[in-house]
Design a protein around this ligand. Structure first.
Ligand code: NAD
Length: 484
């Protein structure tokens, strides 16, 4: 039976969050300013979160540091047991977590179900990685042992708040490193509900610490803190750069999971109906607010017109609406700022000469409030246009045409990003041949399902390092060689 813990108080339907999670307890933040929290489908304020200070971050790092000697000495069996308890605790709260995600973030029900379910399983995936991991090896005359590297810190974005916190916590626990997490200040209700669940797992004090606050104060305090050995960051490329610079002074190990501008290459033997469906699934996932969205759709020039018709047809089965509507496949943008950003890119595409084949500026006609945008598809896009080069982070697709497979590979690789690309073909071997030429951390063929043990991360400005499975675990460890 899960007890409700002091974390959120309600005042006239507002959720007032004033606590952090430090050293195994919910503690009042010492901050004096607050940030508003909104329901993006109604634009109504639904709560506030207290923004923490350097002192709160310092207290969290101190608690983590104090727990390091004993936690880093725990056995593999003990850590696997902790990961199992974390998985159970999160699974037991999947319903309230899903509700919070719908209200505070607005994600469509398909994304909510996947995320709420996956949030717990990530601990079990990491437990498998721990069991199979080569913790000790002999290399020549050296005995090499993989050691936890000290206090870890994680900084996460709003577009999959629960998932990112769980994935980074799972890796830290697996490695034997205590962690301090600064989640997005826009996801505080989801964070507090998740913390209530994680608290039930009974981790040793100081192993998990979470501080609510903004990037400028709390994020920067973590990246500069001398007692933090590792930063695991997911967010925009611009913030990733700032973090990398700040971390250099103390030589922190840094993993960066940043933005993307993935290509979906539709080869000329692909079934066009299926390709159109797939292009929307991969392009509009999580309402387009996904780093792995395949937002550049590459089609052979001779098939462009037929594909445009199919895509416009398939788009009619993509209703836009609030997360409370189970039929809705595209929800609101997370904030007014994000809505305005997406609008500015739609205006830019029109200005740059791209042809609108669906959507356009403004809110969908049937919705009178909420930060909803019209799912928009541009055709006749040149890869030099800014709408093809910059991450928009909303439901906006660009169709580009190509002449042959080599041309498709050239266009797909002509980007500063390299997170996840897609290939669609009637011939899997041919698709593999194309996939092997793409400069990205992952390539998905014909809508293949997620593989949680495979490395995830980006080439180029999509990031540094990898997460998940053994590769993710390695990034939280240091090898120590003992020579005799
Ligand atoms: P963001 O970079 O604005 O913020 C991410 C986090 O960094 C937040 O917690 C924020 O408070 C913090 N932050 C901001 N400035 C900081 C600073 N100077 N120092 C330390 N921390 C700071 O990103 P966002 O708008 O929250 O998220 C959207 C972005 O995240 C998109 O670019 C998207 O592609 C990217 N993303 C990447 C992945 C991936 O795995 N590659 C996954 C999801 C999202």
């Amino acid at each position: 039976m899960v007890q409700r813990i002091y974390a959120i108080s309600s005042k006239a339907d507002m959720q007032i969050i004033t606590t952090n999670y430090i050293d195994g307890d919910f503690r009042k933040s010492s901050g004096t300013s607050e940030a508003p929290l909104y329901n993006p489908a109604t634009e109504q304020q639904i709560g506030t979160v207290r923004l923490s200070t350097f002192d709160d971050v310092d207290a969290a790092v101190s608690a983590a540091k104090a727990s390091y000697p004993s936690f880093s000495a725990t056995s593999i069996e003990e850590r696997v047991d902790m990961l199992g308890r974390l998985a159970e605790a999160v699974a037991a709260r999947s319903e309230p977590l899903a509700t919070a995600m719908r209200e505070e973030y607005g994600a469509p029900s398909g994304f909510v179900s996947f995320s709420a379910e996956r949030a717990g399983t990530v601990f079990l995936d990491m437990a498998r990685a721990v069991i199979d991991y080569p913790w000790r090896q002999t290399i020549g005359s050296a005995e090499v042992e993989m050691r936890p590297l000290g206090v870890a810190a994680a900084i996460t974005p709003w577009n999959s708040n629960i998932g990112f916190i769980c994935a980074k916590l799972a890796t830290a626990v697996a490695a034997g490193s205590p962690i301090v997490i600064k989640p997005s200040e826009m996801s505080a209700i989801q964070t507090q509900l998740l913390l209530e669940a994680l608290h039930q797992a009974g981790l040793p004090r100081g192993v998990l610490n979470v501080v609510n606050g903004d990037g400028q104060t709390c994020g920067s305090a973590l990246t500069a803190h001398p007692d933090v050995a590792k930063i695991s960051f997911t967010g925009s490329t611009a913030t990733g750069r700032a973090i990398l610079r700040a971390a250099a002074d103390t030589m922190k190990r840094v993993t960066l999971e940043l933005g993307g501008k993935g290509a979906q290459i539709i080869l000329d033997d692909a079934d066009l109906d299926r390709a159109a469906e797939q292009a929307l699934t991969s392009g509009f996932m999580n309402s387009g607010q996904a780093c792995i969205a395949g937002t550049r759709v590459l089609i052979p020039s001779r098939l462009k017109f037929a594909f445009e018709q199919k895509l416009a047809g398939a788009l009619s089965s993509y209703p836009v609406g609030p997360a409370s509507d189970p039929a809705a496949r595209i929800g609101p943008m997370v904030s007014q700022k994000q809505w305005e950003r997406v609008q500015s890119y739609i205006a830019l595409g029109i200005e740059e000469g791209a042809r609108v084949i669906a959507g356009g500026l403004g809110r969908p006609d049937e919705l009178d409030r909420g930060w909803f945008v019209r799912p928009t598809v541009f055709s006749d896009v040149d890869n030099g246009m800014r709408v093809a080069r910059e991450e928009i982070f909303g439901p906006v697709l660009c169709i580009l045409s190509y002449e042959d497979d080599d041309d498709a590979v050239r266009i797909a690789n002509d980007t500063s990003y390299g997170l996840q690309n897609y290939v669609l073909s009637g011939d899997v071997e041919r698709a593999r041949k194309v996939a092997r030429q793409l400069d990205s951390g992952r390539v998905v063929i014909n809508g293949a399902p997620h593989e949680p043990m495979a490395p995830f991360g980006g080439f180029r400005q999509s990031g540094m390092g990898r997460e998940y499975g053994a590769f993710g675990l390695t990034s939280f460890l240091e090898p120590r060689a003992i020579l005799t």
